[in-house]
Ligand binder design. Sequence first.
Ligand code: PDD
Length: 287
Amino acid sequence: MPQLAYVNGRILPLANASLHVEDRGTQFADAVYEVCAVLNGQILDWQPHLVRLRRNLAELGIDWGMADGPFTLQARRLIAANGHRDCIIYIQISRGTARRDHAFPGQAPANVVMTVRRFDFGQRLRQLETGIKVITRPDNRWGRVDIKTTGLLGNVLAKQAAREAGAFEAWLVSGETVREGSSTNAWIVKDGRIITHPIGTAILPGIARDSLIRLATAAQLVVEERPFTLAEALSADEAFLTSTTAPILPVVAIDGQAVADGRPGQITRRLGELVWNEVARQTGWRA
Ligand code: PDD
């Protein structure tokens, strides 16, 4: 079956799916996006993703006519058409197509694109046992990274540096503070307390982050939303990261230095159970 994509209301083969060269997403990164996990054919945390998407569109003043109900049907239709039970759906909405001019165009309708690709969530369970490594990079992104725009060059360069260093992720550091990863939120555990950067303009308010805070709190674990330094991370008892595509992964080394004994920690393992139980509860997914 050929891969199928969605472009402005039409589902068509990915190879034929395209936008105009003057799409403002291409020229200005004037576009927002979401990445959602689909397990067992069910979209995980769909409602929070929709809420964040609406907020981001509102922040940028991008006018997108479609209501949540019809849009949800379109997303589900694309997933069903692609026929994957376990996949990732990418959604991108730009300010539309217009003659290049920095200021907003008058009447351009938004361009909406969705793609789906198969994803092996089982690999994330295996990585829960081994953990992953991160490096650090300076956070040189713009000042509103809470808005999930396609302007990701800082993230792209940091991730590439991680790949070249044989690491899974790059943690972005501003001054002494660890903010988040290039495509994940960053966490440490110290003396039983689970610590992550507070939301605001300096990090993306991750859906997986939010979900983990709720699950941890409900399980009587202590979560502190406060900035933490790289020195704290290096002397932490445990560290981990979260995102849609990596619901929770233990971090066992930072810049080549082992976190504690260099193995996934107890609290991270416990959180792993909570996170994957929640995935199963919402979607019925089992490894
Ligand atoms: N990335 N921080 C950044 C910079 C991100 O790009 C992401 C998500 C996250 C985690 O957010 P969430 O839990 O909502 O996935 C944090 C997605 C997966 C991506 O760009 O592919």
